[in-house]
Design a protein around this ligand. Sequence first.
Ligand code: FAD
Length: 432
Amino acid sequence: MIDSYQPTGDQASITATPSSVAVIGASHAAIALADRLRAMGYEGGITLFSDEDRIPYQRPPLSKAWLRGEATGESVLLRDGGYYEDRKIELVTGARVEHLERTADGVRVAFVLPGGRHVREYDRIVLATGASARRLDLPGADHEGVLVLRGLDDARRLAARVASGPTVVIGGGFIGLEVAATARLLGADVTVVEAGAQLLGRAVGATTAETLLKAHRAMATDVVLGAVPTEIIYDHNGIRHVILADGREVPASTVLIGVGAQPRTELAEQLGVECDNGVVVDADCRASDGWTLAIGDCTVQNSQSGTRYRLESVDNATEQAHAAAAAILGEDRPVRQEPWFWSDQGDQKLQIVGLLGGHTSVIVRRDASKPRRQVALYFSGERLIAAECLNAPADFVALRAAMSRGCRLGPAALSDQSVPLKKLLDPVRVGG
Ligand code: FAD
């Protein structure tokens, strides 16, 4: 830990390790930050503000175990209640931060509790405001049976309805497909309506998408690609159907809108930092003023090649939290591990490592003796840049470890399908 902090922007120099840090948001990113600060020996004040009126919980189970009825309010908690007290982390729930203002030596935070408005001052601020589920401006989308899934209240509403009649999922992204698979397991008739030509169009390659499409159809989910919903029809008995642009009427009693998330940047905009579908941050999680820090789903990151990318994952929230903790304490940024993500869709387990984009070749590895298993490897020239593993957790672990070690893994090294991937990735063999 060092005693002075030099901003990279045009701010006047900011003294010493801060004596207090305010974090706006109290979810995956915020708690990973608080954890890390304490683990690094930081003894100053940490306050987490949450506009949700509950102890912070995990979001991934909401579309999986929660919907299947296999999770409880207790089992989805990120940390138990005692954690905050033990680590002297102040958790202020039900507190919407409505205004932020830079002061000469820190930041002024104005927040609203049910009893009234409060103002406090802190030395540092970290935005961990996440994202909200996008809605669709469709006629009929105002019906109470048209839902989104972001928080625990959304999950409760969905769980209460999903098995009671036909469900239409608008959007073939991760959350939509996870809900579709769970709803099928619960016995509902399910239709997925996806505007693109493939499922998970922004997130996975064509081979993985095709295999997942077959898997969802094998679960008897009706997946309609290239289809645009135009209206949701309901009457006094509830939702009747969803009308598609080609005139098709899809029966529905519940509609889940799963068309992505909108980063929450209102507070960043008040601070005057650059936002571009997220708070723009560098590798240290500093916003454009060189002082404000932002982490997790609310951010968009500048890559080394100058492009911007958004990651919405628990792994990214954790990695950015670690980088921000180092920035707060003036320590070296930790080495960033390869990004990774998982999605459970019924009995299909998808695990992804690396970033897709700009690949020049693909190898798809299958194993006749294990037909559910498939691994797609993406290369840029001679370099492995991403891998999608379906029902292949051991391969995923080996790939992630090899990529994180910076192994030189080209198509030639990994194409021999007669040798198990795990063996091809052996550290001795690939120079790790
Ligand atoms: P969030 O979790 O969105 O938290 C931000 C918090 O800040 C919220 O509680 C919000 O209410 C609060 N906040 C915002 N503005 C204010 C304000 N002004 N004042 C006070 N509080 C404020 N990721 C995976 O890697 N694998 C998965 O399988 C997976 N499944 C998912 C399933 C679902 C249903 C969802 C919704 C997400 C899933 N994710 C998954 C994504 C993962 O949950 C997110 O990447 C992660 O939650 C991001 O954490 P975060 O802390 O950045 O933001």
